[in-house]
Ligand binder design. Structure first.
Ligand SMILES: Nc1ncnc2c1ncn2[C@@H]1O[C@H](COP(=O)(O)OP(=O)(O)OP(=O)(O)O)[C@@H](O)[C@H]1O
Length: 268
């Protein structure tokens, strides 16, 4: 069974039909210039609420720039971005976070000297109302319980009290996913979560992503096509700053143009 078929076997369309209410993201004609260089150009993209989308493309295709425009790390040069129906094109990043948008980064943002539990607790605290309180976490604290749920969701319960510095690289990446899930995310942007993982760790990542609560949609940038096609319901292909093709994992996997660009040395 191909990667695409195995995802389809999980009945993606049925799941999406049950959880989707409107659009999580709508990008219209989004472009970003760096001087004379168009990092992305005329990107139009709609991601339904609860949908799981992969964005694939060769190095320099514009994937990270696209993420940065969606999160508010970059202001787009042209176009509009709507988040759950609201025009957020000029909103700062924290306003988008308040509306349920989260992201992970390619670089690690973990506290190495703290345990898994402390890292996740702090992330939950950071997006909660009482975030400026100096009280220590106590047993029965709802945020501690929430942190433990997130730790379980990323398969790290056995390492709950381990310091980050003593985790394997793959476990650190799993922990980053837990941090992105703190608060009440409705759409999460995963920036190459499989980068640097072993085959076993990749399989674990696929299981974690496919096991996330149904109402949480995501967009995943991934170089590993096998991972991307197992965790996405739709795939958008980028090349030279533009989206040139969209389809189901099966359609993308069997597309001759994609095969030519992706498998036939399409990197610039
Ligand atoms: N801050 C920046 N200043 C100038 N140019 C940039 C900046 N960020 C990205 N670029 C350029 O924009 C283009 C798109 O880069 P981007 O990082 O978005 O691609 P990518 O698809 O994420 O690549 P990769 O897979 O290598 O991470 C590249 O030509 C890159 O050099």
């Amino acid at each position: 069974m191909s990667a695409a078929e195995s995802f389809a076997a999980g009945n993606a369309a049925e799941r999406l039909g049950a959880v989707s209410t409107g659009n999580a993201l709508e990008l219209r004609g989004v472009g970003k210039m760096f001087g004379a260089l168009a990092a992305i150009e005329d990107v139009t993209l709609t991601v339904r609420s609860g949908e799981r989308r992969a964005v694939l493309g060769s190095n320099g295709a514009g994937k990270t720039t696209l993420f940065n425009c969606i999160t508010g790390d970059f202001l787009p040069t042209t176009g509009t971005i709507r988040l759950f129906g609201e025009d957020v094109t000029r909103f700062p990043a924290y306003e988008r976070i308040r509306r349920g948008l989260r992201r992970t980064y390619q670089i690690s943002l973990l506290f190495n000297g703290l345990t898994v539990a402390d890292n996740v607790y702090l992330a939950c605290r950071g997006v909660s109302r009482g975030r400026f309180s100096f009280l220590r976490p106590r047993r029965g604290d709802t945020l501690v319980a929430r942190a433990d749920e997130l730790i379980e969701a990323v398969h790290l319960t056995a390492s709950r009290d381990t310091a980050v510095a003593n985790l394997s690289y793959g476990q650190q990446r799993q922990l980053e996913i837990a941090l992105a899930l703190a608060g009440a995310p409705r759409v999460v942007l995963f920036d190459e979560p499989a980068a640097g993982l072993s085959p076993t760790e990749r399989a674990e990542l696929v299981a974690i992503l496919n096991g996330l609560p149904e109402h949480i949609g995501y967009i995943i940038i991934e170089h590993d096509m096998d991972v991307a096609l197992r965790v996405a319901e739709r795939v958008s292909m980028m090349h030279n700053g533009r989206i040139f093709k969209e389809g189901t994992p099966e359609e993308i996997e069997n597309d001759p143009e994609v095969q030519e660009l992706y498998l036939g040395g399409g990197d610039e």
